[in-house]
Design a protein around this ligand. Structure first.
Ligand SMILES: Cc1cc2nc3c(=O)[nH]c(=O)nc-3n(C[C@H](O)[C@H](O)[C@H](O)COP(=O)(O)OP(=O)(O)OC[C@H]3O[C@@H](n4cnc5c(N)ncnc54)[C@H](O)[C@@H]3O)c2cc1C
Length: 437
């Protein structure tokens, strides 16, 4: 059978692409290498952030026009929620039947317990931690309901653009076979060999570093908040990166940390020390580790032209994790629209490439400059200095993310805490040890 569209990968990007394309009447097949749809093998903190804040800076970009995805969640009775994609047409809204863990804020915490919030209004929900497997299963289920064929347990090993269509080579329990379609959407996530094979990465700048991540999922934690929040624990004597922590539905808790792969630190050692022997250990007395996840991520600038010939790249494979779940969903939707246009003899690739280059902050030189200019706090301060700085932020009623609030308050900081200010602005070097979303 010749399909209109073959989609490679049933992550958030591919799932939305399949749903949109099938509902628009295309003959669609989605391939997923895992045996079950909605099996997540790459670590992800699963926070569906509601605002338009970026990876490390919340300031709006002003040097280029942005079409960055934002979403809201219409909370219904258990299992009957709707995710609205605000920057997309209404048919992009989709039902979500999983659990939701609201995060009312994000708080940077020092070893001594001083903390400052990202948002001044702690009553405003920052985002929801979702069950990503269920989110994907819901969208793929909608696609199936609209006639999309689904092949789990089927890995795509090659895509050839023949000019009048694509030949997609797959491997499954049935062996190797070649499938045909008029177009392909590739949504296979980070480190895509398919993009390499097809030459999409040839003119892409190399990464500025590779980061390793590790997380534990914990049961029986006792966080001391009435309203749940994510914590960015800043504990220089334990780790030169942030130790992140937050709710993980249903009723569990996640802790995670990261470091450049060039850093010999063993991330499990950091997490074990954080659990057993830190000022935050009281939250984890009696806690049980019920899951562990790890992954690597390249801080690599995006592919510039994500739609070429009969192929469109979506989400993490052509960008990096700033894409996030909502960004990948938006890419999937726009890629499906672009496919319909192309099949209708319109400039679908032009439509998608125009969207793509305005969809993420990392296309803004201003944003990239802003988010790289300071060293991360735990790489330059001691535990005691971190306490002092965080207490100062609280006393001054300063809210936001470090990449914004440190430079914005540089003069006040230099006047009140000159030694700490000098660590950031007095020639300290950026180690590139940046935290994930
Ligand atoms: C440490 C970390 C933390 C993160 N935390 C958050 C967060 O809190 N909130 C947030 O919104 N985002 C977060 N992200 C980002 C988010 O995980 C991704 O941006 C998002 O999942 C990208 O979706 P995608 O569909 O492009 O790719 P993926 O989610 O990676 O999905 C790709 C799919 O393709 C399949 N596949 C791969 N190769 C093939 C093949 N050859 N054939 C068939 N199938 C294939 C895979 O099995 C997978 O199902 C985080 C990322 C990292 C690294």
């Amino acid at each position: 059978m010749t399909y209109d569209l073959i989609i490679v990968g049933a992550g958030p990007g591919g799932a939305m692409a399949a749903r949109k394309a099938a509902r628009d009447g295309l003959k669609v097949l989605i391939l997923e290498k895992n045996k079950e749809i909605g099996t997540i093998t790459r670590f992800c903190s699963r926070l569906l952030r509601l605002g338009s804040g970026g990876f490390s800076s919340d300031k709006p970009v002003t040097d280029i026009k942005m079409d960055r995805a934002t979403c809201t969640i219409e909370v219904g009775p258990p299992g009957e929620h709707v995710v609205h994609m605000n920057t997309l047409p209404a048919d992009a809204s989709f039902a979500y039947r999983g659990e939701l863990a609201p995060c009312f804020n994000e708080t940077w915490m020092s070893p001594g317990g001083a903390g400052f919030d990202r948002d001044p209004n702690g009553r405003q929900i920052e985002g929801f931690v979702v069950d990503k497997e269920e989110l994907i299963r819901g969208m793929v289920g909608d696609a199936a309901g609209a006639g999309c064929d689904i092949r789990p347990g089927t890995k795509c090993v090659g895509i050839e653009d023949t000019g009048d269509g694509v030949r997609v080579t797959v491997k499954s329990e049935l062996g190797e076979e070649v499938l045909q379609a008029r177009r392909a959407i590739v949504s296979d996530g980070s480190f895509s060999p398919l993009l390499d094979q097809m030459g999409f990465n040839d003119d892409r700048p190399k990464g500025i570093g590779r980061i390793k991540f590790m997380s534990y999922i914990l049961d029986r934690c006792d966080p001391p908040f009435k309203e749940m929040r994510r914590l960015r624990c800043t504990y220089p004597s334990l780790h030169t990166g942030f130790i992140n922590s937050g709710p993980w539905p249903p009723g569990l808790w996640e802790i995670s940390c990261s470091a450049p792969v060039t850093n010999p630190v063993k991330l499990p050692d950091v997490l074990n020390a954080f659990l057993a022997n830190s000022a935050f250990s009281y939250m984890f007395e009696g806690a049980k580790i019920v899951g562990k996840q790890a992954c690597n991520m390249d801080l690599r600038p995006p592919v510039w032209e994500a739609a070429r010939g009969n192929v469109i790249c979506v989400g993490d494979n052509a960008a990096f994790a700033e894409t996030a779940i909502k960004g990948a969903i938006a890419c999937g939707y726009r890629a499906a629209e672009a496919t319909s246009k192309a099949l209708d003899a319109k400039d679908g690739n032009g439509f998608y490439n125009e969207y793509w280059t305005h969809a993420f902050n990392f296309f803004s030189p201003q944003y990239n400059k802003r988010s790289r200019r300071l060293p991360p706090i735990p790489t330059v301060l001691t535990d005691g200095e971190t306490d002092t700085l965080f207490r100062w932020f609280t006393d001054q009623e300063i809210y936001g993310v470090p990449a914004d609030i440190l430079p914005d308050n540089r003069e006040r900081l230099a006047a009140d805490l000159p030694e700490i200010a000098a660590k950031f602005f007095g020639g300290a070097k950026n180690t590139g040890d940046r935290q994930a979303a």
